[in-house]
Design a protein around this ligand. Structure first.
Ligand code: ZN
Length: 213
């Protein structure tokens, strides 16, 4: 009797192996993308976005300015509590030029301090305003720059459909989408994008999962 039971269990195990392999492979094949939101937090629109993301169980990445984080620490705390990733977008949205390297670094450090005070952790990711970056800063600041692959120019459009279509129409696996949680239309479009891309089998992850996986 015991032998039969062992034989049955062995058979189940052996037959189960390919199935486990299939499941493992399948889950690794989900199409990941990352939504990122710059310039916030905004006291109203960021909260709206967080509500919508929570309802949908979706996590995103926020690149906040130190100035806005200092004004709305409760929103930063909420981002952290709800599992979003928070990155640095300088203190006053300064653009790196050939003549302001020191000031740019000061702004990033100052923002890191503000974020550490609120979240208790160090921020590793930076989205340089306008994408202006200098690779030597990575070592100096011990920070990793995060640019983007899809830019719907949401900040200059009041047309939700237009913004939504320009992302949904061109999105591919592992894309990083640049948006802004500082506008009502962007937030509405972002939630529509989540709904549409979820239907098409995409999974939303924070940028670290795209950059380092
Ligand atoms: Zn910005």
């Amino acid at each position: 009797m015991k032998k039969i039971r062992v034989a049955i269990l062995t058979l189940i195990f052996v037959l189960g192996l390919p199935f486990l392999g299939f499941v493992g492979k399948g889950s690794g094949e989900c199409k990941k993308i990352a939504l990122t939101f710059d310039d916030g937090p905004h006291p109203r629109f960021t909260e709206q976005l967080l509500d919508g993301l929570k309802e949908r169980d979706v996590h995103v990445t926020f690149f906040v300015t130190g100035e806005h984080a200092k004004l709305h620490p409760d929103v930063i705390k909420r981002m952290q509590d709800e599992g979003h990733l928070i990155g640095n977008h300088t203190y006053s949205h300064i653009q790196l030029t050939t003549s302001n390297r020191e000031e740019f670094c000061r702004e990033l450090r100052k923002t890191n301090e503000v974020l550490r005070e609120i979240t208790g952790i160090d921020t590793e990711y930076v989205r340089p305003p306008y994408g202006s970056w200098d690779c030597s800063l990575e070592k100096e600041l011990n920070m990793f720059p995060v640019l983007w692959t899809v830019d719907p120019l949401d900040w200059c459009s009041e047309n939700v459909e237009c913004i939504t279509n320009s992302v949904v129409g061109k999105i591919q696996e592992n894309d990083i989408v640049l948006m802004h949680d500082y506008y009502d239309t962007s937030v509405t479009a972002a939630l529509k994008i989540v709904d549409e891309l979820t239907k098409r089998g995409f999974t939303f992850v924070t940028v670290d999962e795209i950059l380092f996986n």
